[in-house]
Design a protein around this ligand. Structure first.
Ligand code: SAM
Length: 356
C-alpha cells in the first residue's frame, strides 16, 4: 500500500497568506451581496444562515439611506405599515442618458470601519454629470457670464428671477466656479428629507426639518428618453400596474412658448434609475412644491427642479400637481388603479395620467 505523505507544513513567511475558508467566504459575500437586487438577495439568503445574516444587515443599511452616499445627506426609509424596508432602484443625483439594461449599483454594504463607502457616480454614468455643454469652435465659454464673482440675484445668467416656471443659473458656460451662489441646484440636496410608507399612496417624500419658502429641494433625476421610448415604457408600466403592485415614475415635461405652444418635450424616467424625487406624490391642490425648469448657462437641456412653494414644516409630506386631472381619458378615469388619495379638500379622486 502506498504511504500517504503528511500535509506540507507552511514555510516561514507563508503562514500569514493562508486565510481560513470561513473568513474568505465572508469576505466574498460582503463584496458580492451589495450588488444584488432584493429578489437576488432573498434567493441567496435562503442558502445558509450566514448569507441570511449578511442579507439582513444589508437590508438594514439600505433602509438608512436611499441616496447611497451620492447626496450630501442621508435620506432614510421609514415604514410602520408593512414589511417592505426600502424601495429598490439605481440612484443617480442628475439626469442621465437612457441605459439598457440598467447598470448594477453597490448599495448597503459596510466597509471595515462600519460606514458605507461611497459608490462612484460613474456606476450610473460614464461621464458623471450628463449635460451637453455649449462652447464655440475655439472652446470659449460664451454662453454664461464672465463675472469674477457673481452676486446673488445680480448676474446676467439669472434672466428672470423669482418663482417663475422657467429660470436660469450659472453653469459650465460661465467663468465663475462651482462655489458661485447662482448655482443653487447644482450643489445637491441640502435639506433633510425622509421617505415614509403610506398604506394608500406607497412611499412618500417628507420634510425632516423646516424648509423655508423658495429653498431648493431637489431635481427630478432619471433617464432621459426619446418620446418613442417613453411611450414604449409607459405601455409596459401600465400592463405591470394592472397585474401587480407596481409604481412607475415617468414624467413628461413640456416647455411652452409665450404663445402657449409646446416647444420642447423632455421625458424623464425615474422608475429604474432616479433620485428621491421619484417618491414625490401628487396633490390635487398643487401641493407645497413649485416646479421650475432650470437651465444652467452652457447646458443644452434644462432640468426640472423642485423648490418650496411656501414654508414647509418638519413631518410634512412634499407634493406637487402631476398635471391636469381633466386630461384623464374615460378609460383611465374608470380604473381603481388611478384613485387619488391626496386628501386635499379639492381632491378630484383621480390621479392625472396623460397619454405619453
Ligand atoms: C412617482 S410615484 C410616487 C412614489 C410612489 N408613491 C411610490 O411608492 O414609489 C407615482 C405613483 O405614486 C402613487 N401616487 C402618487 N400620488 C398619489 C396620490 N395622490 N394618491 C394615491 N397614489 C398616489 C401612484 O401609484 C403613482 O403611480
Amino acid at each position: 500500500m502506498k504511504r500517504q505523505s503528511p500535509p506540507k507544513k507552511p514555510r516561514l513567511g507563508e503562514a500569514q497568506l493562508i486565510i481560513p475558508a470561513t473568513e474568505l467566504f465572508l469576505r466574498c459575500a460582503n463584496l458580492i451581496l451589495p450588488w444584488l437586487n432584493p429578489q437576488e438577495l432573498a434567493t441567496v439568503s435562503l442558502t445558509c444562515k450566514t448569507l441570511a445574516l449578511i442579507s439582513k444587515s444589508l437590508t438594514f443599511h439600505r433602509s438608512l439611506n436611499a441616496a447611497r452616499s451620492l447626496e450630501n445627506l442621508s435620506i432614510p426609509f421609514h415604514n410602520s405599515i408593512d414589511s417592505q424596508r426600502y424601495a429598490y432602484f439605481i440612484y443617480t443625483p442628475f439626469q442621465i442618458p437612457a441605459s439598457s439594461p440598467p447598470p448594477r449599483q453597490w448599495w448597503g454594504g459596510a466597509t471595515e470601519c462600519g460606514s458605507e463607502s461611497r459608490p462612484s457616480s460613474d456606476s450610473v454614468s460614464e461621464h458623471g454629470r450628463f449635460g451637453v455643454s455649449l462652447v464655440d469652435e475655439s472652446g470659449e465659454k460664451m454662453f454664461g457670464c464672465a463675472c469674477e464673482r457673481c452676486e446673488e440675484g445680480y448676474c446676467k445668467c439669472l434672466g428672470v428671477v423669482g418663482m417663475e416656471e422657467i429660470a436660469n443659473e450659472c453653469g459650465s458656460g460661465c467663468w465663475c466656479g462651482s462655489d458661485c451662489p447662482n448655482r443653487v441646484s447644482q450643489k445637491g440636496i441640502s435639506v433633510r428629507l425622509k421617505i415614509v410608507r403610506d398604506e394608500k399612496k406607497g412611499w412618500c417624500l417628507y420634510a425632516d426639518q423646516l424648509i423655508k419658502q423658495g429653498q431648493f429641494i431637489c431635481e427630478y433625476a432619471g433617464e432621459l428618453l426619446t418620446t418613442d421610448e417613453a411611450r414604449r415604457r409607459q405601455s409596459i408600466y401600465d400592463k405591470l400596474r394592472s397585474t401587480q403592485s407596481f409604481t412607475s415614475a415617468l414624467l413628461v415635461v413640456r416647455e411652452h412658448l409665450p404663445s402657449g405652444q409646446a416647444c420642447l418635450r423632455i421625458n424623464i424616467d425615474a422608475t429604474r434609475i432616479g433620485n428621491v424625487a421619484r417618491f414625490i406624490n401628487h396633490s390635487c391642490d398643487g401641493g407645497n412644491l413649485s416646479t421650475v425648469l432650470l437651465r444652467s448657462s452652457g447646458a443644452l437641456l434644462p432640468r426640472l427642479c423642485f423648490f418650496a412653494a411656501r414654508d414647509i414644516i418638519a413631518e410634512e409630506e412634499l407634493s406637487f400637481s402631476y398635471g391636469d386631472v381633466r386630461s384623464v381619458t374615460g378609460k383611465n378615469r374608470d380604473k381603481k388603479l388611478n384613485c387619488c388619495c391626496c386628501g386635499s379638500s379639492s381632491c378630484f379622486g383621480t390621479l392625472p395620467c396623460e397619454n405619453t
